[in-house]
Design a protein around this ligand. Structure first.
Ligand SMILES: O=CC(=O)O
Length: 323
């Protein structure tokens, strides 16, 4: 019997690509270029499984292609707001994702950005590289304390809870969270975490606000001019969730006018095309969507996609089925 035809849209860690190649008739994107809509349409007609990444865009007009061979989209990533899930369902396409394995590495990046923003890490690095450091001085680059400060988490899923543990146990931070329903009493008790019902209740209390909600229509521009105005002028905003949760123009203006103290960002509206307004801000620490980018995590993400493909092609239950 012919092996199933599988396409992966970007390069994956070599060890996972090799495992895929041993099992399936795999096509690699050898030069690792971002696929166009037409390349995805052709892939859906030619392959049994297509494996996109979080950087790809799969709206209804791509998924609704005629003469589809593809039955499963094995997404490399936990977030799936780049795939029109309703259209996928309507087209009978299965979608899987990679939850769990990137929790710690993404929470580590959120904590990294919190520390960089609080302690002016990116700004200090730029100053040293520019040859502008004139020596230690009692009032040079004074910044904000992290230890003992209050951290507000928007969303309280796996990644937010991992960050809350690091912040509370490692840095003695007080934890507030916003979530429609109360969290598991065990974690609330462990972290002495307090739930807020609304952004209006949470934002004015926080020294640091970290975003951990999914992207998409429901959370688009949740952080906007009005909600930014509820934050303390000394507060910092951290985003490792999705760029469109924040209105970029409003955030740039708030940072320019020092209505908040700083921001640490890993994700951007329209990334990788970052609003140029961010690039001139000293009070923004900017990373290129590195949340899950450790060797071990990216390998584990590939293994997760592989586990879902194996389950699908052997008729077993899918471990990480989204739809
Ligand atoms: O952003 C990365 C992911 O959703 O896995």
């Amino acid at each position: 019997m012919n092996k199933p035809k599988v396409l992966i849209s970007r390069r994956w860690p070599a060890s996972v690509e090799a495992k895929l190649q041993a099992l399936y008739d795999v096509t690699l994107n050898t030069d690792d270029h971002p696929f166009s809509a037409d390349e995805f349409r052709a892939a859906l007609q030619d392959y049994d499984a297509v494996c996109p990444s979080v950087c790809d865009s799969l709206p209804a007009e791509v998924l609704n292609v005629a003469n589809k061979r593809c039955k499963i989209l094995g997404n490399f990533g936990v977030g799936y707001n780049h795939i029109d899930i309703a259209a996928a369902k309507q087209q009978g396409l299965i979608v899987t994702n990679t939850p769990g394995v990137l929790t710690q590495s993404t929470a580590d990046i959120a904590m990294t950005l919190l520390l960089m923003s609080a302690r002016r890490g990116a700004e200090g690095d730029r100053l040293v590289r520019a040859g502008q450091w004139t020596g230690w001085c009692p009032t040079h680059m004074m910044s904000s304390d992290v230890t003992g400060a209050t951290l507000g988490l928007i969303g309280f899923g796996r990644i937010a809870q991992a960050m809350a543990r690091k912040a509370h146990h490692g840095f003695g931070m007080k934890i507030l969270y916003l979530k429609p329903s109360p969290a598991d009493p065990a974690i609330v008790d462990e972290l002495q975490a307090e739930r807020c019902d609304t952004l209006e209740a949470l934002l004015p209390q926080c020294d640091y606000v970290s975003l951990h909600c999914p992207g998409g229509n429901e959370t688009r521009h949740l952080i906007n001019e009005n909600t930014l105005n509820l934050m303390k002028p000394s507060a910092h905003l951290i985003n490792t969730a999705r760029g469109d949760v924040v209105d970029s123009k409003a955030l740039i203006k708030a940072l320019q006018e020092k209505r908040i103290a700083g921001a640490g960002l890993d994700v951007y509206e329209g990334e990788p095309n970052i609003d140029p307004g961010f690039l001139t801000l000293d009070n923004a620490a900017l990373l290129p969507h590195l949340g899950s980018a450790t060797i071990a995590t990216r390998t584990a993400m590939g293994e997760k996609v592989l586990a879902n493909l194996r389950a699908y092609f052997s008729g077993a239950e899918l471990p990480d089925r989204v739809v």
